[in-house]
Design a protein around this ligand. Structure first.
Ligand SMILES: [Zn+2]
Length: 345
């Protein structure tokens, strides 16, 4: 599995190098391009990237919250509470990109507040899951975080993790329409795996024990929330039943950190994994998990059919690692039929 991933990485970097200017001396046609021109264009492209990450993060959040909540019986060993909020913080971005945070996500904040809280930027709430504790406490998208449990937001993720694991009560001091609000949220027990988008042109999904990564290409290939719920369910099944990892925190869900990637040491991918038995188990348990999350999973096998176009050899050939896409789709249909019959009884 690492071998194929490696080939993919090598191929992508070769393509990138092939298209860039190799010479250190600027060629004639680049003579009239100023550094400022280049910086402006870099900003525009980073802005598109960050907005795409934000949009995809929200999409995955709304689908994964009910799945994580309704499967809490499988995650009772967790030691961190869940609140149903996604944040974006400048600290999540690579250092060289932090200057883009203010114009993209903090542009509506009066400098008075930045001065008062002694900071160049403030974390923003970018998604509130429907019917989550945060939703019930009337937290809304776009709220700016001034304090967590009365502490400054410097070292944001660390403070958030500590707050989530120490008490079910979270106090957020927020800025909304130039008004400062204090909100208390009562956390609940749910599965604490982070479901995140990851930039990649290949439709795939990964689990590394702690997190689930769905590639931007996979998100774009999916046509219904059911299809994404199925993908999430499959990867969650790896984290719950194969990695048996229960020490995660909802506070670790990254929204704009496009550099965050699965830990290669533990990597498990939608296609390239250890054994056929584990893969089939992840498909079947994954369907159960997503179904329990409230998703009907109608026509979910359409995803396989569309996916097979990218890898025609997977349509009919099984290997030691995975069953063919045709067999996987049939098994999933049978499992769904069984779940629907049970639900009707
Ligand atoms: Zn898998």
């Amino acid at each position: 599995m690492r071998f194929l991933l490696l080939i993919f990485i090598i191929l992508s970097s070769t393509l990138n190098i092939g298209c860039s200017v190799k010479s250190s001396k600027k060629s004639d046609f680049l003579m009239n391009v100023s550094q400022l021109d280049e910086e402006e264009e870099i900003y525009l492209q980073k802005k598109i990237l960050i907005n795409e990450m934000l949009f995809s993060s929200k999409t995955l959040h709304q689908i994964s919250w009910p799945i994580l909540k309704n499967n809490k019986d499988k995650c009772s060993k967790t030691n961190s509470y869940s609140f149903g909020i996604l944040f974006a913080s400048a600290e999540d971005l690579p250092k060289k990109d932090r200057k883009y945070f203010q114009p993209i996500l903090n542009d509506n904040i009066s400098p008075v507040y930045l001065k008062r809280y002694n900071t160049e930027n403030l974390p923003v709430i970018v998604s509130v899951a429907k019917n989550s504790p945060a939703y019930k406490s009337n937290i809304i998208e776009g709220d700016i975080v001034l304090k967590i449990n009365n502490l400054e937001v410097k070292g944001f993720r660390k403070k958030l993790r500590s707050a989530y694991s120490s008490s079910s009560l979270l106090t957020l001091t927020l800025l909304r329409n130039n008004r400062v609000l204090e909100k208390k949220i009562n956390g609940i027990i749910a599965c604490n795996y982070n479901i995140q988008p990851i930039p990649s042109a290949a439709p795939n999904a990964y689990a590394d024990g702690e997190k689930v990564y769905i590639t931007l290409a996979a998100i774009k290939l999916a046509r219904t929330v059911d299809e994404l719920a199925f993908l999430i369910g499959h990867e969650l099944a790896h984290n719950i039943f194969h990695y048996k990892y229960f020490h995660g925190s909802e506070a670790n869900t990254m929204t704009i950190n496009y550099m965050d990637a699965p830990k290669i040491k533990n990597l498990n991918s939608f296609f390239l994994v250890s054994t056929q038995k584990k893969e089939t188990e992840a498909d079947l348990k994954g369907v159960e998990i997503a179904f329990k999350g409230g998703f009907a999973l109608n026509n979910v096998n359409d995803y396989w059919r569309r996916l097979s176009v990218f890898n025609p050899s997977l349509i009919s050939s099984s290997s030691a690692n995975y069953k063919s896409n045709a067999l996987r789709a049939i098994l999933i249909s049978k499992k769904l039929k069984e779940l629907r019959n049970n639900a009707e009884e």
